[in-house]
Each structure stands twice: as C-alpha cells, then as structure tokens.
Design a protein around this ligand. Structure first.
Ligand SMILES: Nc1nc2c(c(=O)[nH]1)N[C@H]1C(S)=C(S)[C@@H](COP(=O)(O)O)O[C@H]1N2
Ligand SMILES: [Mo]
Length: 477
C-alpha cells in the first residue's frame, strides 16, 4: 500500500518503510509471512514466492502495510467512512461502524489507525479541543471543570498498549442470527493510547477512594437520546485507566473520541467511553431516577442475556471478568445477568486468510501467524489445528510482550501436504481458561459452558469460540 496522504508526515518513524529481518526467535513488529502467497481464486496462476529452505537465511520481508497514520489535526475532518478509512469494511454508515477488512491486520503488532475498527452508536460529534471541558462531580469539594490543557500539562503522561475488542466482535457467527451490527473477526485492534492516569486526576481532586464507581459519559448523544455512559469500578479506574488524547502518537481521530476518551485496559471496548464530557464519583452503578437517561448502556444494553431473560438493574456487583460472571451465574453464585467488562481469552489467525496457497515444493512451510489476548490476564499458550480442532500443535509466542492487556503474536510453522484444511487457533490464559469450541444453540443457555461451548446470548456479545473464527485453506502444488 502506498502513501495515501501524499504529504510528508510530521513523524518520520511512521512513514519510513521499515524492513524487518525475519529470523527464528527475533522479535518483529510484523510477523513475516514466509514461504508462500495466498492467492485469490481468480489469480491462481500467479507465480508463488519462492520458499526458502529451512537452512537458508529467510528473506527480508517488508511490512505488508506500514501505512502512514491519517492526518488528524484537531478537530480533524469528517468524511464518509469508506473514503476516510479504505482498509475498513463498513458495516453501517449511520451510525458509523466498521471493522478491519482483512485478516492481514492481525499479522502486525501495532494496529495502524486506518485499520482500527470503529463502533459509534450515534453520529460522530466534532468537538473543539481548545474549549472542551470535562465536568467532574461527586467530589468532597465543589464540582470541577477540567480543560484539555489541564489534562495535558498538570499530570504525568502515560502510554498504554491496549487490545480493544468490541463486545459484538463475532456476532456474525451466532445462529439464529442476531440483529445489530454484523461484526465478524475485525472489531479488534491494538493501539498505543496516550493520556492522563485517572488516579492522578482523582487524587488531585481528593476523590473518595472508597466510593465504588466512576461514571464516565460521552457527549455524542443527540438531544433526548440516552447518554452513552458507563460505570467503571473505582479499583480498576485507579489501577490503570487513562483519559487518552492520543492514539498511536497522533491526536485522537474524530471517530475514536476526539478530543478525549476513556481507555479501560484489557476490557471490552464498550467500557472505553469516547468524547468524554462528564464524570462522577458514585457509590453505585448508574441506577434509579436521578440519572435516568444515563442508564441504558450500563444496565440494559451491555448485558449477556440468555434467550428470554431480561436485564435486571443492580446497584453494585463484585465480579468483573465477563466469563467469571457467566460461570458464576450458571453455578447460581450470582443472580444477575453478566455485565460486559473484562475480555475472555481469544485468538485470531492473521495469515493465511481464506483461499488457495500454492506450494512450490514438497515440505515447504507456511507460517500460520496471528494474535492472542485475554483481557486482564496473560496469554499462556496458543495452539493451532489444521483439522478443525481434532488435533492440536503448540504455536510459539513471539513479538513484543507489553503486559497482559496487550495481545501477543503467535507463529506456527505448518508443513501441509496438498489438500483442504480448516485452520483454527486456540489460546489459553494464565488461569488455564481456554477458548470454547462453538457457539451453542439458544436453548442451552449458560449450560453451554459445561459442554465446552460459548453461550448464545440475545445481543451476540463476547464470543471467543474458536471454530467459527477458523479459516478454510486449500493447499496446492
Ligand atoms: N461515547 C461513546 N463511547 C463509545 C461508544 C459510543 O458509541 N459512544 N462506543 C463504544 C464501543 S461499543 C466500542 S467497541 C468502542 C470502540 O472504540 P473505537 O471506535 O475507537 O474502536 O468505543 C466505545 N465508546
Ligand atoms: Mo462495542
């Protein structure tokens, strides 16, 4: 891919077309795709790239798409999504929703802005950073108005590499079909988010560290519509949440929350409220009359509801791992429907994608590469299967290790004979929890967990089942 923006970048590091030497065990930003090319069916006669033999040094592989980040000088430019983000597959234009169009996104460590999914429930607001303020209430003293200048100048600046995934990623694989944005594998990305640690800000205003929750609300709702707001437990806010104003070293693009968004590391994307306008320290989650217009997205929408269940409203809960809540619900240890918070362990193959691979000689190897993440937990292991999950082989964890909330890359050297394969990957986290097999039928409810499957749920949230995420590959010689 070329330089779409034409003009020179402000940051040479981003535009320099770095080359990465691929050697076994070397940490690379982009895992090279060795040996073979995946060709579209109609381009089958394309000459395959010669395969290196294992004893020869591997060729230098250019990063497939070191695309420059789009120019996003505040307040940025609002353009049709398909035009502004040609590497995304547009799922909806009103509101704007788009996911990574190609699995190649998951061969790279850092997701370029142009390949990072977008999920907006309302139209993208255009806000002016220069006179933007965040109202902070629920303090022992008087309410505060925080300017962008204060956020940038008066506290330390932190950068977090965070793997964000929409709770609806994988919704397209639910049967019966679920209405709502039909996202498959691409509502997932890992960016570097830079901003102010909320701990410092809250301490500066003497916020009560014993209060249970922080309410964070976006400014994107049209008049009269429910406010996009989330209640985040204060322990998590104080641990690692930031108010971010940069993404991958550039000012936040409009669609990603310009001028400021919350980032809740490791948790599903719905928690990372964009266009933050209001925050309040509270004793309970958003509930009751007082903030009636703020509750929809906290109490009703982002809940894992089995068929026929209704969302109950709660003042407080004490488990935040989404999968733990599902298990606890099944075991009758909790009586509330799970809230969508921490992400369960999952992996996604980046290469090869669906299609035909030509081998140029017997024994040629294909690198099966991808990413694996587990929310607040570390990934312990990734396995790959070429027979739809009947037999498994360990993949290597490679590339940067930036802590639990950022994905790991994996690589498996595959030496297939000609034939047809269903490639799948399965990750396991540090608590030995692994990906379920398939998405169960609605009738199974949360009992699906006992069968090794993922529970079907009304809004198609949170699936980490490995089978539907697999790729069909045909190998020819
Ligand atoms: N104010 C506001 N914040 C929001 C949303 C929204 O619609 N409004 N969408 C949420 C959802 S569902 C997701 S998955 C992430 C997506 O962030 P991204 O578009 O930067 O990838 O933002 C979250 N924050
Ligand atoms: Mo989402």
């Amino acid at each position: 891919m070329g330089d779409r923006n034409g003009g020179p970048s402000t940051d040479d590091r981003r535009t320099s077309r770095r080359r990465f030497v691929l050697a076994a065990g070397t940490l690379v930003d982009s895992i090279g795709i060795a040996s073979c090319t995946t060709s579209e069916p109609e381009r089958e006669e394309a000459t395959p790239t010669p395969s290196p033999s294992p004893t020869e040094p591997e060729p230098e592989t250019e990063t497939p798409a070191e695309t420059p980040e789009p120019e996003t000088d505040p307040p940025g430019e609002k353009r049709p999504m398909g035009e502004k983000y040609p590497d995304l597959r547009v799922v909806s234009t009103d509101p704007p929703v788009a996911e990574a169009a190609s699995r190649e996104t998951y061969t790279r460590y850092r997701t370029p802005i142009g390949e990072h999914y977008i999920v907006n429930h309302y139209d993208t607001p255009v806000l002016d950073a220069d006179d933007w303020t965040i109202t902070l209430t629920g303090l022992p003293g008087s309410d505060a108005e925080i300017t962008m200048r204060e956020l940038r100048r008066e506290y330390s600046t932190t950068t977090i590499t965070h793997t964000m995934q929409c709770a609806g990623n994988g919704r397209a694989y639910f049967e019966p079909e679920i209405s709502g944005f039909s996202l498959s594998f691409g509502a997932l990305g890992t960016s570097e988010w830079t901003g102010t640690p909320l701990r410092e800000l809250l301490e500066a205003y003497d916020a009560d560290a014993e209060a249970g929750w922080l309410m964070v609300a976006g400014a994107d709702h049209p008049a009269g519509e429910s406010v996009f707001a989330r209640s985040i437990p204060l322990w998590k806010v104080l641990e690692d949440c930031i108010l971010a104003y940069e993404m991958n070293g550039t000012p936040l693009p409009l669609e990603h929350g310009h001028p400021v968004r919350l980032v809740v590391p490791g948790w599903f994307g719905n928690n990372s409220v964009k266009w933050v306008g209001e925050m309040a320290v509270t004793d309970s989650m958003l509930i009751g009359e007082e903030r009636a217009r703020y509750q929809e997205w906290q109490q009703n929408r982002y809940r894992v509801l089995a068929a026929g269940e209704e969302a109950d409203h709660n003042e407080t809960i004490d488990r935040f791992d989404t999968w733990d809540q599902m298990e606890a619900n099944l075991a009758d240890e909790i009586d509330y429907a799970p809230y969508v918070y921490d992400q369960p362990v999952k992996s996604t193959i980046g290469h090869p994608g669906e299609g035909t691979i030509r081998l140029d000689r017997r024994g040629a190897e294909i690198d099966v590469v991808g990413v694996a993440w587990a929310g607040d937990e570390r990934v312990e292991r990734v396995e790959v299967s070429d027979d739809g999950g009947d037999t498994w082989r360990d993949a290597e964890l490679v590339g940067p290790d930036r802590g639990a909330v950022a994905w790991r890359q994996f690589r498996y050297r595959w030496a297939p004979d000609p034939g047809e394969y269903r490639l799948v990957s399965r990750a396991t986290d540090e608590r030995d929890r692994t990906q379920p097999r398939a998405i169960a039928a609605p009738e199974r409810g949360f009992r699906a967990i006992d069968d090794g499957d993922y529970p079907w749920n009304q809004r198609g949230y949170g699936s980490n089942a490995y089978l539907p995420l697999g790729v069909d590959v045909r190998v020819e010689r």
